[in-house]
Design a binder for this molecule. Structure first.
Ligand SMILES: Cc1cc2nc3c(=O)[nH]c(=O)nc-3n(C[C@H](O)[C@H](O)[C@H](O)COP(=O)(O)OP(=O)(O)OC[C@H]3O[C@@H](n4cnc5c(N)ncnc54)[C@H](O)[C@@H]3O)c2cc1C
Length: 404
């Protein structure tokens, strides 16, 4: 038997492609490595799944961090955030806007997102425990080989994800296929994840558990700044702003061995803080600092600077300035970014130069498509990645049907 299309991988990208075929009553077969689809999808957004966000296509693309981001323009204008929301509505799942930015299912369960993506799929069109090992081109067809079977097909959509969280099935097979078929790719590296700091573990242990809201965090060597919430952990730093910066910190560490981050521990400028401290010179420094931050942070900073508390009037101005500088321009060195296998999202994958942005088809291999996180397209926290997976999966299937 020759299939019209084989979709490899049942994550959001592959499942969306399958939905397009079902809607158009087109034949296809989805091969999934696991005993069920969407294992990673179930983990997303703390098991609540941040499906998409409220951004326009232009703003969505503007926020992305990589140079070739305009590649996504066609996919997102064809099937973007609004279409994602409509899709789930039509499939009986309301998405609710949270904090004016992220959409989550009203049920607060990623399982309902998976159920909506699978409810219209004919179970006969999905085969489980079919880990694809090889894809060959043979006499105008593709030969797709799994451990137990061989399939022949006119089209292939590769939707196997990256290699983050390999226990979910996404173990980097897209690059194995690309290498064999001569499709250009970039190795996966961690993009959205936590970072490790020996300095925090040794000198700032007491800051563990401290969270700071809407901090502007800069990577010193790179002149890159992002704003967002941040958390001191037992191993280093985490939180949305760190997740956003992790891919750059990774590059910085590759070049410099360490990366230095700078952010403020307080919500006032250095000038303002200095003026305020000097105008209350009758107070003890530690008491005055409570106007700006918590006792815990003050104790850590004074200990770190080896400054014992006394009345401000009795202190050297240089010591006051040291404290102000430490609190407003706190610097910390980072030794390691979490491994790509433990990162939420990875950078790298099929080089978009090899793909047609209007179809996701490989330019030099007709009828072969790569979609979702297995391609070199990723976004920060905020529903970007699932949207990219759904949008590119939709585009490839629509193209195969001759609709795009
Ligand atoms: C903990 C966590 C939380 C996240 N939270 C969010 C969030 O809230 N919002 C968001 O937008 N993004 C989030 N992400 C990222 C998001 O989950 C991924 O970007 C998205 O799932 C990628 O979809 P995909 O379909 O391309 O690949 P995947 O979801 O990785 O699916 C790939 C599928 O292919 C199968 N497969 C792999 N190799 C083979 C093979 N050789 N043969 C057959 N099948 C194969 C896998 O088993 C899997 O089912 C999160 C990621 C993690 C790890």
């Amino acid at each position: 038997m020759i299939y019209n299309t084989i979709i490899i991988g049942g994550g959001p990208a592959g499942l969306m492609a399958a939905n397009v075929f079902e809607k158009n009553k087109a034949s296809y077969m989805l091969l999934e490595k696991n005993e069920k689809c969407g294992k990673k999808l179930l983990l997303t957004g703390g098991r609540r799944c941040n499906v998409t966000n409220h951004l326009s296509v232009r703003d969505f693309i503007d926020t992305l961090t990589f140079k070739h981001k305009k590649f996504l323009y066609h996919a997102l204008t064809t099937f973007g955030s609004k279409d994602v929301i409509d899709f789930f509505n039509v499939h009986g799942l309301e998405l609710v806007l949270e904090n004016g930015f992220k959409y989550f299912p009203k049920t607060e369960k990623s399982l309902s997102v998976l159920e909506s993506l699978t409810k219209d799929l004919n179970p006969n069109n999905i085969m489980y425990q079919q880990a694809v090992k090889e894809i060959h081109q043979e006499e105008g067809l593709f030969k797709v080989v799994t451990k137990t079977d061989v399939f022949y097909t006119n089209h292939v959509i590769v939707a196997v994800g990256s290699n983050s969280f390999p226990s979910t099935g996404s173990s980097g097979d897209g690059l194995v296929f690309a290498k064999h078929l001569g499709v250009e790719y970039k190795d996966f590296t961690p993009a959205e994840t936590h970072i490790y700091s020996d300095e925090i573990k040794s000198q700032y242990k007491e800051l563990q558990g401290v969270s700071l809201t809407q901090r502007k965090v800069s990577i010193k060597n790179m002149k890159i700044t992002y704003q967002g919430d941040l958390l001191f952990t037992h191993f280093g730093l985490s939180g949305p702003v760190i997740m956003h910066l992790a891919e750059f910190i990774y590059d910085d560490i590759l070049n410099q061995e360490k990366s230095v981050l700078e952010f403020s521990l307080v919500d006032v400028s250095d000038d303002e803080m200095l003026r305020s401290i000097l105008s209350d010179s009758h107070l003890f420094i530690h008491k005055k600092l409570e106007d700006f931050t918590t006792k815990r942070i003050i104790d850590v900073i004074l200990t770190n600077l080896n400054i014992t508390t006394k009345k401000i009037a009795e202190m050297k101005k240089s010591d006051v300035m040291l404290i102000v500088n430490k609190l407003t321009h706190f610097q910390i060195s980072i030794d390691k970014v979490e491994d790509k296998e433990k990162a939420y999202v990875n950078k790298g994958g099929i080089d978009v130069k090899a793909l047609n942005p209007k179809s996701m088809e490989v330019k030099h291999i007709k009828n072969l498509y790569f979609v979702g996180e297995t391609t070199d397209l990723h976004g920060p926290i905020g529903g970007y990645n699932i949207t990219i997976a759904l949008s590119t999966g939709h585009l490839a299937a629509t193209h195969i049907l001759g609709h795009s």
